[in-house]
Ligand binder design. Structure first.
Ligand SMILES: Cc1cc2nc3c(=O)[nH]c(=O)nc-3n(C[C@H](O)[C@H](O)[C@H](O)COP(=O)(O)OP(=O)(O)OC[C@H]3O[C@@H](n4cnc5c(N)ncnc54)[C@H](O)[C@@H]3O)c2cc1C
Length: 388
């Protein structure tokens, strides 16, 4: 009997690297988790007010990892999703209760997600977290041997598997020469949190307008996490825009349904790109999270797709410590299919609602009418949103 325990080196301790390290550690494997960040600043994480929409499936995964309880204290349930388009009378309200569910998912501050994961990672004996460290690029990494640079020290180590969880611009992925398809959206997301006069009643809003889409996601009682998408040529304008200008743009897009905006937090501006790699496994390298896909944030699916990467990698090694070539091909094909479908669906949404003109407007109205009147379409959309 082979009692060798597999070893993994995960590069990148963002939410995906942390979740994956925990899942593999809990499966009994040795994990070395690297991040180039020199330290974890708990105060910064506590103050990080960016919100993540976690699907029903992601929440179930976090429960299995044992990290959901500390997140729950800061979570706001999404009980319904309202989809509409400016200048179109058809509006769709999808309620979780229509699908025999309490909620579709939750909004949780990103800092609280990362903190809850960090705490469990710290506590796990088989996970070694190395901050201020990274794999030296341009070496031959094909046999799993890497040179890890931490401060001024360099160490050579060999692992059974390497995992890139380094975000969209992964050095490790590039090091293996994995080609990617990418496209700039020529759009930016201007994100913040705003407080409305009226309570949101746990409804998330997806609003499409000629100026770009707007997502409003419920936080606490009256607050909303805003993803306001606009042309990238307006980047400078939005970096400098006042609270008043930002609030006015949101109100111009969503209308008066939630009343006036009484408070606006500091804005952050994100460039938006679509990215799909040709494969997510190459020799001893696996890709996960934003290293394996980049998608438009309008439907809040980026992290949720990354969590499905984690589930699939954990399952791959749970079934068989030593996956065969066929197992790896099946894994690659299944992940690739999910990634193309999710990135493609989000891209379709952005493009379908981004086209101006009367004909496009009529087609969109008919599309929304279809969603409103055909229960099976509604059901399918709700299932996708929940991550299933
Ligand atoms: C505006 C906006 C809103 C979003 N909203 C949502 C949402 O509501 N719901 C949702 O599901 N998703 C959302 N997303 C997507 C979500 O934020 C990402 O999918 C998620 O952060 C990806 O996590 P990750 O761990 O893969 O990558 P990252 O969060 O990018 O983390 C990568 C980590 O790797 C480290 N690193 C990078 N390079 C190296 C290296 N060479 N060596 C060592 N370490 C390295 C970095 O320091 C970092 O810690 C949103 C994205 C944007 C832009």
């Amino acid at each position: 009997m082979n009692d060798h325990r597999l070893s993994f080196c995960i590069s990148g301790a963002g939410p995906i690297g942390l979740a994956l390290a925990l899942g593999l550690g809990q499966s009994g494997y040795h994990v070395k988790l690297l991040d180039q960040k020199p330290q974890i600043d708990k105060d910064i994480l506590v103050d990080d007010r960016r919100m993540l929409a976690l699907s029903h499936r992601t929440v179930e995964f976090f429960k299995r990892l044992g990290v959901w309880d500390p997140m729950l204290n800061y979570a706001t349930a999404i009980n319904a999703v309202h989809v509409s388009q400016k200048k179109c009378k058809v509006e769709v309200l999808m309620k979780a209760s229509q699908h025999n569910l309490d909620h579709f998912g939750y909004l949780v501050p990103q800092g609280r997600v990362i903190l809850a994961l960090y705490e469990q990672v710290f506590a796990h004996a088989d996970i070694e977290l190395c901050l201020g460290s990274k794999i030296t690029p341009n070496a031959d990494l094909s046999d799993g041997t890497v040179v890890i640079q931490q401060n001024n020290k360099k160490n050579t180590e060999t692992f059974d598997w390497l995992i890139a969880a380094e975000g969209v611009n992964s050095v490790l992925r590039n090091n293996f020469g994995i080609e990617t398809f990418s496209r700039d959206y020529d759009q930016i997301a201007v994100i913040a949190r705003v407080t409305f006069e009226k309570p949101h009643q746990n409804i998330a809003y997806e609003r499409f307008t000629d100026e770009g889409p707007l997502a409003l996601l419920p936080v606490n009682d009256n607050e909303m996490a805003v993803v306001l998408v606009t042309d990238s040529r307006e980047s400078d304008k939005w970096k400098k825009a006042s609270d008043l200008t930002y609030a006015a743009e949101i109100l111009a897009r969503i209308g008066a349904r939630l009343g006036d905006i009484t408070e606006v937090t500091e804005r952050q501006v994100w460039p938006l790109t679509l990215m799909i790699p040709k494969k997510v496994v190459d020799g001893k390298l696996l890709l996960a999270g934003n290293s394996a896909h980049g998608l438009h944030p309008i439907a809040g699916q980026g992290l949720n797709l990354g969590i499905r990467d984690c589930e699939a990698i954990i399952d791959l090694f749970a079934v068989n410590q030593y996956p065969t070539d066929n197992d790896l091909i099946a894994f690659n094909n299944a992940r690739h299919k999910d990634i193309v479908k999710t990135v493609g669906a989000t891209d379709f949404l952005v493009n379908a609602f981004g086209v101006k003109g009367t004909l496009a407007q009529t087609a969109r109205s008919l599309g929304l009418l279809g969603v409103k009147t055909l229960p099976f379409v509604k059901k399918k959309i709700a299932k996708v949103g929940m991550g299933y």
